[in-house]
Structure formats: structure tokens, C-alpha cells
Design a protein. Structure first.
Lengths: 313, 176, 197
């Protein structure tokens, strides 16, 4: 997809790629993280995800019928929006929360702008930010992993923000997801498995995820510690929604730059904003805001990194 | 040149009429505004110190800033103090009014002005939070629980009350 | 007479200052958190609009064209200050919740817009009904926006809880919620206009 937009002289090779095919592959790539979420947080994680997906698909269907546009439900984009939204929620939220969020994602985040391919922001993140601003109480109450009594716990990043020492969490725990957090973001291992599939299929390129994670890591390493060059960069990469955001949400085809150079700028911008929000901002986590802010700059990045047409100035 | 003079004259005339009108309205509403402000102040004071019958302001300096209020009961006996305090919250300065008995126990607090996040920081105005201050020692406020998810706003109120209470105690000591 | 009624009603729907002319959006965004605020703001703005329209249409032949803007501003500012002083005296709570937005009516484009576009060219009775219509249209728009925002943002209307157990959608109490509601209503108005023609 990345370089498939080049138009050249014949002969052309036909590939059986289509929007639907790519999108359903992305859905498959998200399943390991869902399984991990269910193992870590219990069946609730599954119900939340199903609620979000169902609401997203139904909203897309109803709006498609109302506006008499081509019904785009079966291409799987609504399913992805639903899954990604659910992945950004705590597992113990009441079930109406993912439903309202998914309706908002599709209706306001996508349909208002003209539907598939027209949205300027990642719809799932629009939904998440809406929920975060509307019901912060539910969105910031996380439960301990492997605990059926739903004991609340802070996420590692939130605990860090409040100045607590985090000695009991090892990097391995962070990597496997044994800590409080949103249901789809905690298990880095599962997310990387899914991302690997997308890389092998060449559906996403390295530009955005790599620069995004690298920038956050370097910035945190330089400014995140008590003195310069002493920040805990590995902790920041492994905690919060950075991996989920970098591989699955910052790589959205619609709301990100088209050119490789633009994508590098986009990744660096996301990384800087995320690190700045985490270190000095009001919220413990900044991935969703960083990606949304960079989504807004995409048209400008595209304009200034446009490939010059041969023979023109 | 004559044009200019005419313009100036017209504008001056309009301004003169406007100024006269405003002076009249100000004379009419001025006393009412002062009375409304005073009534509001009294209402706030008696809300945090319900036992008191009247309050006198203790002022300082040439600009007469109010340091704190003394509260008296019906027999003109001093029963406590009321003071205003402000602390930097999450996105605004949270101002509160605190009533305190002479032994340092709090009779009640009221949040006067703030601009925090709705649903989180804004909850410091709720009875669930402010009600906890009643009967607490203003020096440590150990029994006050911060609101979950709004610790910054909660501590802004608690810290500002504690700090101001200490200052007031010093002032009262010097007063005697 | 029929003409005068037309001058009045055009401000409510056909030339609604908020949804059709899209004027004066700053106070609309800021004070539409609650219906009580909206009514207070609407009344204050209508008073200013009415007062300035009357005076300006009366003195329109007396004011030289080249200095008309400063003259209008002085007239408008006078009415705004009167409104502010009265509000402070008789309704201090409302004055506090509206805050800076009452004095800011001076720069509300609806007021100067009507003075410049209508009152300085029309006679007293027409200007009166035009100002009244615009004021009422602005007030109704404010009430509509604030009713949606107050209900969704706090589950209340005019301070009364309507639905028990409703989880308020806090975002509608914030500026972002105001932009959302106004955007959707503007879209709706455009849709209706398109349908009619």
C-alpha cells in the first residue's frame, strides 16, 4: 500500500489487494492482543470489545443507509475502529461506555467528515478522547491484572506521575502486560506479534512506528531523569499505550502523511508530543493526544513533503 | 477645518450625553451593588460559621485589605474566625472560605471560586469533600480524604487552608 | 404593519444571527453552559441591541458619515454599561456567572452589525422591530444551545435534575462541547435550508 500509489508505464501487475482485504488482516493482527487482554483482565475485556465493535458496525450501517451512500460496513474499517477504541478503555467500564464511544467515533469522528477515507482524525482516538473528557471517573479507574474482585490500581505511568516509586514492576512484567492499564495496550508481546504480521504483509511501513518509539525513548532518556541523560527510556517505551499507538493507530492510512519523508516527520512529532505530555503535562499518558494533534498537521506535512513531479518546479 | 470641528463637536456631544446617562444609572444602582456584595459576603460567612451572629472584618494597611473576620455570638462573645485562602489547583486558583474556632477546629469551609476540570477537580465543591473539614484540626487536616482522580485540586484546598490557618494563628497571637 | 412583523420575524429563523449569519459566536460559545446564563445573556444583548438600534436610527441624520463608527461604539458601550450595572445591582449571581462576557457585548458583532447594516439606514419603527427580532433570535439560539449542553453536560435544565441516574457527559460542559453542539446545529440549519429550496 505504501508504494502502490506510484503510477508508471505498462506493463502493470495486478494484485488482489483491496481495502477490505487489508482491513480484515489488520483485524486479525489485533486478535493476539485481545486474547492477552482477556487472559489478563478476564471476560469483561471481551464484552467491552464486543460491545464497541457491535456499536461501531451498527452505527456505520445505519448512517450508510440514512445518507444513501455506498454501504461500507463489510470492509472492516468499522470493526477496526471498534476494536481500537475498546483497546483504549479500562476493562471494568460499564458496557454503555464503549457503545457510546463507538457511536461517537463513527458518527462524529468519521461520518461527519464524509465517511471512509475522508476523516482527518483517527476515529477510534476521537471516541477515546470524547469518553476521557466526558466520564473521566470511569476512564481513569483501572483494575489489577489477574484479579477477579476488581481491585483498583493505578497504571504504572499514573503512579509515576504521582511520584510513587515503582520498584515492584520489572521490565518483563511490563512486556507481558502484568500491570494495570487499558485492556488492549498492556501486553506488548501480543501487540508485537500482530504488528509483525502487518510488516510481513507490508501493510505498514517502518517509518512512523520506528521514529515514533525512538523519539519518545530518546527524549525521555535525555529529559526524563533527575539529571540529563538518565531517564528510564525502556520503562516509557513498554508502558502505556505507546506500542499500540505507534503500530496500530499512528499508521492509520487516512489521517497520516503519504510520503516517506512526511511519515518520518509525523513519527517524530508524535514521539515528541507523547514524551512532553508524559513528562510535564497534566495527564500521565499522551499517546492519543499526540496522535490526534499530529493527525491535524497531516495536510500541512503532505503539502510540504509532496514529491516534485518530474520537470516541474 | 470646519468639518473637523463639527466632527469633534458631534462626538463630544454624544459622549457628554452618554456620560450623563451613566452617571445617573450609577447613582441609582451604586448603593444596591454595594448592598448586594455585602449581603453575599455575610451569607458566605454565616455558612461556614453558622453559630455566629455577626462578623467584623480585621483590616490591615492603608488599602484596608481584609485579613480575616472575627465572629461573635449574640452575647458579643468571640467564638471564632473566618478567613479566605487560595491555592493553585490543576487549572485555576481555588479560593475557599474557612470558619475556625479559637482552638483551631474548623467549623466549615466553602469553595468560593474555581475553574477546574468538570467531573474531577470541580468535585471539590461537593459536600462529600467539603463536609469532611468540619471538626478537623486546621493545623493538619489528617482526616480529610482527597478525591480520587482529583488529588491536585483536593490538596490545593487543603494546603491553602492549612497554611492560611497557621498565618492567622500567628496574627491572633500578636493581637492579644 | 405587515412589513414590521416581517422585520421582526426574519431575525428569528431566516436571518438568525447565530445559525444563519454566524455572528457573535464568541459569547455563544462561552455562556451557553446553562439555560439560566443563556437567558441572562440573551436579555442583556437584546436590551443593548434594542437601545442602540433606537438611538442610532433617531440620530442617523445628525451623525456625520466619517465618524459614525466611534459614535456607534459610544452609544453601544453606554447601553452595555447600563445593562452591566443593573445586572450587578439586581442579579449579582448571574453577573458573576456571566463575568467578562457582559462588558464584551460592546464588541459583539451582532450589535454593531445591525447598527451599521440596518439602523443607520432605516426609520425608528423598522429599526426597533429589526433590533427586537435579532435580539430574540439570538436569545432563542442561545437557549437552544444551552438547553442541549446543560441537559447532556449535567443532566439538568435550569438547575432541576430531569433524569435520575443519568451519567452527565461532561464534555458538553466544556468549550469543546460548545463547538460540537454549535457545529452540529449549524449543519442541521444548512440541511433544512437546502431542503426548502
Amino acid at each position: 500500500m505504501i508504494n502502490n500509489l506510484i503510477v508508471s508505464g505498462s506493463p502493470h501487475i495486478h494484485k488482489p489487494e483491496s481495502v477490505a482485504r487489508i482491513m480484515w488482516t489488520v483485524v486479525i493482527s489485533l486478535i493476539p492482543a485481545l486474547i492477552a487482554g482477556v487472559i489478563i483482565f478476564g471476560a469483561n475485556a471481551l464484552w467491552v470489545t464486543l460491545a464497541a465493535v457491535t456499536a461501531a458496525v451498527l452505527t456505520e450501517l445505519i448512517l450508510g443507509l440514512c445518507t444513501r451512500k455506498k454501504v461500507t460496513v463489510f470492509d472492516g474499517t468499522a470493526v477496526i475502529t471498534g476494536i481500537l477504541l475498546a483497546f483504549n478503555l479500562p476493562s471494568e467500564v460499564p458496557l454503555w461506555l464503549p457503545i457510546v464511544g463507538a457511536v461517537f467515533s463513527i458518527a462524529i469522528g468519521k461520518a461527519v467528515f464524509g465517511g471512509l477515507g475522508q476523516n482527518i482524525f483517527n476515529p477510534a482516538l476521537v471516541g477515546r478522547v470524547f469518553l476521557m473528557a466526558s466520564w473521566p471517573k470511569y476512564m481513569t479507574t483501572f483494575t489489577l491484572p489477574f484479579n477477579l474482585d476488581a481491585v483498583t490500581s493505578a497504571t504504572p505511568l499514573a503512579a509515576l506521575k504521582e511520584g510513587k516509586v515503582l520498584e515492584h514492576i520489572s521490565y518483563l512484567d511490563l512486556f507481558l502486560g502484568k500491570h494495570g492499564g487499558c485492556l488492549g495496550e498492556v501486553c506488548i508481546l501480543a501487540l508485537l506479534l500482530g504488528a509483525a504480521l502487518l510488516f510481513i504483509k507490508r501493510y505498514i511501513s517502518w517509518h512512523i512506528p520506528f521514529t515514533y518509539i525512538l523519539t519518545t525513548g530518546v527524549f525521555v532518556y535525555i529529559f526524563g531523569g533527575d539529571k540529563l541523560f538518565s531517564g528510564d527510556w525502556l520503562f516509557h517505551i513498554l508502558s502505556g499505550g505507546l506500542i499500540l499507538g505507534a503500530f496500530f493507530m499512528a499508521t492509520d492510512y487516512v489521517a497520516t502523511p503519504l510520503t516517506a519523508r512526511g511519515q518520518l516527520i509525523f513519527g517524530v512529532g508524535c514521539g515528541l508530543l507523547t514524551a512532553v505530555i508524559r513528562l510535564w503535562g497534566g495527564y500521565p499518558e499522551g499517546v492519543s493526544y499526540a496522535i490526534l494533534m499530529m493527525n491535524a498537521t497531516t495536510p500541512f506535512i503532505d503539502r510540504y513533503t509532496k514529491v516534485r513531479i518530474y520537470g516541474t518546479r | 477645518m470646519r468639518e473637523m470641528a463639527r466632527y469633534g463637536f458631534t462626538l463630544a456631544l454624544i459622549c457628554l450625553v452618554a456620560a450623563g446617562l451613566l452617571a445617573a444609572v450609577n447613582a441609582l444602582t451604586g448603593p444596591k451593588i454595594l448592598a448586594a456584595a455585602a449581603a453575599e459576603e455575610q451569607a458566605g460567612l454565616s455558612q461556614v460559621m453558622p453559630l455566629a451572629d455577626k462578623f467584623t472584618a480585621v483590616k490591615q494597611g492603608t488599602d484596608e485589605t481584609v485579613l480575616y473576620y472575627k465572629a461573635f455570638d449574640r452575647q458579643d462573645k468571640l467564638i471564632g474566625f473566618v478567613f479566605k485562602s487560595g491555592g493553585k489547583g490543576y487549572s485555576s486558583v481555588i479560593q475557599s472560605l474557612t470558619g475556625m474556632f479559637p482552638d483551631g477546629k474548623i467549623s466549615g469551609i466553602k469553595i468560593i471560586s474555581l475553574n477546574e476540570t468538570p467531573g474531577l477537580g470541580m468535585r471539590v465543591t461537593e459536600e462529600q469533600f467539603t463536609g469532611q473539614f468540619k471538626g478537623q484540626n486546621s493545623m493538619d487536616l489528617a482526616g480529610v480524604q482527597a478525591i480520587t482522580g482529583a488529588t491536585i485540586s483536593s490538596y490545593a484546598v487543603m494546603d491553602s487552608v492549612m497554611q492560611k490557618a497557621k498565618e492567622i494563628k500567628e496574627l491572633i497571637k500578636n493581637d492579644k | 404593519m405587515k412589513n414590521l412583523i416581517k422585520e421582526f420575524t426574519k431575525g428569528i429563523i431566516k436571518e438568525n444571527p447565530t445559525f444563519v449569519l454566524a455572528l457573535g459566536l464568541c459569547p455563544t460559545l462561552a455562556v451557553s453552559v446553562s439555560v439560566a446564563n443563556a437567558i441572562g445573556m440573551g436579555i442583556a444583548a437584546t436590551f443593548v441591541l434594542l437601545g442602540s438600534s433606537i438611538i442610532i436610527s433617531l440620530v442617523r441624520d445628525f451623525i456625520p458619515d466619517r465618524i459614525r463608527i466611534p459614535c456607534y461604539i459610544v452609544i453601544i458601550a453606554t447601553f452595555v454599561t447600563i445593562a452591566e450595572l443593573c445586572m450587578k445591582a439586581y442579579s449579582p449571581a448571574l453577573d458573576r456567572s456571566l463575568g467578562i462576557y457582559v462588558p464584551l457585548i460592546v464588541v459583539n458583532c451582532i450589535v454593531l452589525g445591525r447598527a451599521e447594516a440596518y439602523a443607520c439606514k432605516n426609520n425608528l419603527s423598522r429599526s426597533f422591530f429589526d433590533g427586537l427580532g435579532m435580539g430574540v433570535g439570538f436569545t432563542l439560539a442561545l437557549i437552544l444551545i444551552s438547553a442541549i449542553r446543560e441537559f447532556l453536560g449535567s443532566g439538568q435544565l435550569l438547575g432541576h435534575t430531569l433524569v435520575k441516574g443519568f451519567e452527565p457527559v461532561f464534555v458538553f460542559g466544556m468549550p469543546s462541547g460548545a463547538l460540537l453542539v454549535i457545529g452540529l446545529l449549524l449543519g442541521l440549519f444548512n440541511l433544512l435550508k437546502e431542503k426548502r429550496t
